[in-house]
Design a protein around this ligand. Structure first.
Ligand SMILES: Cc1cc2nc3c(=O)[nH]c(=O)nc-3n(C[C@H](O)[C@H](O)[C@H](O)COP(=O)(O)OP(=O)(O)OC[C@H]3O[C@@H](n4cnc5c(N)ncnc54)[C@H](O)[C@@H]3O)c2cc1C
Length: 529
């Protein structure tokens, strides 16, 4: 990696948020030092395909390493943050599933790449329905940044002019829909529910590690220090400004300090919040920049109902479903509570739907030979939907430091407290009823449906906890992700969100980080820092 000296900006984290900050700042002439807790990984060199019989646990994995990472298997065990080394706590009746990847590129090395814009239904949510707070920015403030991020990540999809799902600068997806997808879309249209094509970043790997960091390094202005576990931000006692950070080397466990003119924190929503809560200079005994007491509060995510409905397309039974009938996918954007309050709950939810899978044996009420026969009959004939619902940001959902528990590097861990409330449960019920009705109207055979949300955190869309806002009394960051109380400290990841809608958040994290970083570069150029 290229070497620079005396960095202007220290960037913590190399995922979507930190990677975009490095990309934007280095292009504008700013010299950056990036610290990341994980190792460098070269997917070409470090990835090998292995058979289950070559693995000690035959692919199931060593018990206890990742109790909260339902995606993890023994095949990709090195990818995920080991929960024994990286513990966290929650109350016994409030499980929280915290999914982390600690390596260069962060979670973008494994994300599903679904890329939606937020709209003013989110940015101006309070104006719309009176709950919570507005963001300090509007859609118009972020639109031109979305316009630039989408081509950079090769996002494809279809523009449908929906106000709740703004059009993008997309590679057009003009692929034809299969007959089963067309039937479903017709049923949705008859119910007044809008559908669109999936919107997804392109390529097998659309990550910070291959799309952002190499270009930043190529400028000669980025030095990356891997295996650097940041413990806290340091503060100059004279000025009250951030002066750099202390970190622990992951392997030697030695302590180091680095200094810079400004600090950009992008270690992911909960890790950034943890670093700030663990940074307690004299002026900020409750966490850096936290006189308002909002740091760690207003944690939310999106709830998921996996397989809210599982169906069979009857004409595809017995292997009759060719490519014309089966296959393909789509998305239903939020349709509840747009024009008027029409449901028992606030806000709304979205669905992914897909055709052509095989229903799981778990939902077929059969055993032995009849089960095997039925599985054969429905192979490739499945149609299923997943719900993503908006979770209301509530002050009581929070994280705090649990000083009694430390991670492998002696750093106090987070205690996480997030619960879904009546609003999310009502939304989940509605989502199940609507999904079943649409599938029936499409002529599908409904095998199973449920309204069981995954535990908080499991959607891997944790947001809030260090939010933006106009008012320093109720927020941590201003409209450029700059800490109200610490002028040269920016937090550019999902912790800065005020609301999140039902859209996957990463595209918005990228756009916000780009905007905040370019604004920071401008301030540095004008010698305001
Ligand atoms: C399986 C999976 C599927 C997903 N699918 C989607 C999807 O389809 N669409 C979508 O929008 N989002 C999706 N996501 C979520 C998406 O990956 C995240 O929203 C995004 O990566 C967040 O970016 P970030 O930079 O905030 O955090 P990360 O990408 O997690 O990066 C944080 C970085 O900070 C480093 N770090 C952490 N702590 C420290 C510390 N103390 N010191 C130094 N460095 C530290 C980490 O090593 C990491 O590199 C998915 C995630 C997963 C895992």
């Amino acid at each position: 990696m290229a070497k620079t000296e005396d960095p202007d900006v220290l960037i913590i984290g190399s995922g979507a948020a930190g990677g975009m900050a490095a990309w934007a700042l280095t292009k504008l002439g700013v010299r950056c030092l990036m610290l990341d807790a994980g190792p460098m990984v070269d997917p070409d060199r470090d990835r090998t395909l292995m058979s289950a019989h070559e693995l000690p646990y035959r692919g199931f994995g060593k018990p206890g390493r990742f109790p909260h990472v339902t995606q993890a298997s023994e095949f990709d065990a090195n990818l995920w943050a080991d929960e024994k080394q990286n513990p966290y706590t929650y109350a016994p009746n409030e499980p929280y599933y915290w999914v982390r990847i600690r390596m260069l590129g962060g979670k973008t090395v494994r994300w599903g790449r679904a890329s939606w814009r937020l709209s003013d239904y989110e940015f101006r949510a309070r104006d719309h329905d009176g709950f919570g707070d507005n963001w300090p920015i509007r859609y118009a403030d972020l639109a031109s940044y979305y316009d630039r991020v989408e081509p950079l990540f090769h996002v494809s999809g279809r523009n449908d002019g929906l106000p709740q799902l703004p059009d993008g600068n997309l590679t057009p997806d003009t692929s034809p829909d299969s007959a089963s997808i067309r039937r479903f879309i017709a049923a949705a249209r008859a119910a007044g529910i809008p559908t669109t094509k999936p919107r997804r970043a392109g390529g097998a790997l659309a990550s910070s590690a291959n799309l952002l960091l190499p270009e930043a390094v190529a400028t000669g202005r980025l030095t990356i220090v891997p295996n650097a576990v940041v413990r806290e931000i340091s503060v100059d006692p004279k000025t009250g400004l951030a002066s750099g950070a202390w970190f622990v080397d992951r392997r030697s466990k030695r302590d180091y300090q680095v200094t810079a003119r400004a600090v950009v924190l992008g270690a992911s929503c909960l890790e950034s919040t943890r670093i700030l809560l663990n940074s307690r200079p004299r002026q900020w005994p409750e966490g850096l920049g936290n006189r308002s007491g909002t740091l760690g509060r207003y944690l939310f995510d999106q709830f998921y109902i996996k397989g809210v409905v599982e169906c069979v397309v009857p004409e595809a039974r017995g292997g009759a479903g060719g490519r014309d009938l089966m296959g393909g996918a789509g998305y239903i954007a939020r349709f509840r509570n747009l024009e008027k309050r029409e449901a028992k709950f606030l806000r709304g939810y979205a669905y992914d739907f897909s055709s052509g899978g095989t229903p799981s044996a778990r939902i077929l009420p059969l055993y032995g030979e009849p089960l095997l026969k039925e599985l054969d009959a429905v192979r490739g004939a499945g149609f299923s939907m997943t719900t993503m619902g908006e979770v209301l940001p509530r002050r009581e959902n929070h994280v705090r430091i649990n000083a009694a528990v430390k991670d492998e590097w002696g750093i106090p861990v987070l205690h996480i407290s997030q619960k879904y409330t009546e609003n999310e449960h009502e939304m989940a019920k509605d989502a199940r009823e609507v999904a079943v009705e649409l599938c029936r109207q499409a002529g599908f055979e409904v095998l199973a449906s449920h309204a069981q949300m995954v535990p908080p955190g499991e959607s891997i869309h944790e947001l809030g906890a260090c939010r933006m806002g106009e008012d320093p009394k109720t927020s941590m960051l201003n409209r450029f992700n700059q800490c109200h109380e610490v002028n040269n400290l920016l937090v550019v990841d999902g912790s800065s969100f005020v609301t999140g809608g039902s859209q996957n958040p990463t595209l918005t994290i990228l756009a916000l980080s780009l905007r905040a970083s370019e604004h920071l570069a401008g301030r540095m150029r004008r010698a305001e820092l």
